[in-house]
Design a protein around this ligand. Structure first.
Ligand code: NDP
Length: 283
């Protein structure tokens, strides 16, 4: 049900390169319709260099912008900007990546809602990670956000496996100074410890580039009870593989919706009722 509009126009953007494919405007307009917030939300293409990103963000907030989602390839640039000039949430500090920018108390605020978006979606699925063993394939920006959220949600062991092992090891090293409540380890994609995992997460972008008949980019002996692919919107060979070996599976559309709802609540103070919303892309 659409409520009465009660707030002045808010203006938000999603900034990235490329950006034309982003579903975020439809998502946030559905949130706005449900909560009665008057919101304009647009895609913002930005040249891929740090100076351009900083100039666009400065101009946006100087002009009265409310908030920005940050996507590929700028999440680490946004982290550097807020680290130098603003305040970072605990999630953004742990991830060393920012996907949500806001203007709070006269300064930039940077958050990372990716990991909590994943955990909230998994809770909706009835997947509790407390005490679980988790394998993450990939060590990019998304993995950094997800690792912190998994540890925060009580996972017992998180193992990160990446094509370039040094990047997985660098994430583990970044967490070394924090008192970790769980075991955190790293390896190459084909050197994963030989044991079944409770949960395996695909956080690689291999499906975007690999040929359909290319070998799977992980050891075919891997097994897990549950498999989650951060990717969404197209068939997943990762999910097909684990489903064929008896796993429960989910793609990442729910994570996208949940991370968006957290950003929206930060900007507007309005929680989104996702159960009542249904499919936001049908609006
Ligand atoms: P990055 O570009 O930061 O990282 C990509 C990762 O994929 C790297 O670890 C890279 O390995 C690995 N990779 C790329 N190609 C291959 C390949 N052919 N074989 C094996 N590994 C490969 O991307 P992000 O971390 O930002 O995003 C990862 C995925 O998660 C994307 O599909 C993205 O769309 C999705 N995502 C979904 C979200 C959601 O809300 N559902 C939110 C955020 C991301 P290497 O280090 O060796 O290059």
């Amino acid at each position: 049900m659409t409520q009465q509009t009660s707030t002045p126009n808010l203006h938000c953007i999603v900034i990235g390169n490329p950006i034309a494919h982003s579903q975020s405007p439809a998502l946030h307009h559905a949130f706005a319709a449900q909560t009665g917030v008057a919101l304009r939300y647009q895609r913002q293409l930005c040249p891929v260099d740090e100076a351009s990103f900083v100039a666009v963000i400065e101009a946006f907030f100087a002009g009265g912008g409310t908030g920005a989602n940050v996507t590929v390839p700028f999440k680490q640039t946004a982290f550097d900007l807020v680290q130098a000039r603003g305040t970072l949430s605990q999630a953004a500090q742990a991830a060393r990546a920012v996907n949500t920018l806001a203007w709070q108390d006269g300064a930039l605020y940077g958050d990372n809602t990716d990991g909590r978006g994943l955990i909230n979606h998994m809770r909706e699925l009835g997947w509790d990670v407390a005490g679980q063993t988790v394998l993450i394939l990939g060590a990019g920006g998304a993995t950094r956000g997800v690792v912190w959220a998994l540890l925060d949600a009580g996972a017992a062991w998180v193992h990160i496996a990446n094509r370039t092992p040094a990047k997985a090891q660098a994430i583990v090293a970044d967490f070394a100074s924090a008192p970790l409540p769980a075991k955190l380890t790293a390896s190459g994609l084909f050197d994963v410890p030989h044991r079944p995992f409770d949960l395996v997460i695909n956080a690689t972008s291999s499906a975007l580039t690999a040929e359909q008949d290319a070998p799977l980019p992980f050891d075919s002996q891997l097994r897990a009870q549950k498999a989650y692919d951060l990717m969404y919107g197209k068939p997943s060979r990762f999910l097909q593989f684990f489903a064929a070996h008896g796993a429960q599976t989910s793609d990442g559309l729910g994570m996208l919706i949940h991370q968006g709802a957290l950003s929206f609540a930060l900007w507007t103070g309005q929680p989104v009722d996702l159960a009542a919303l249904g499919n936001p892309f049908a609006h």
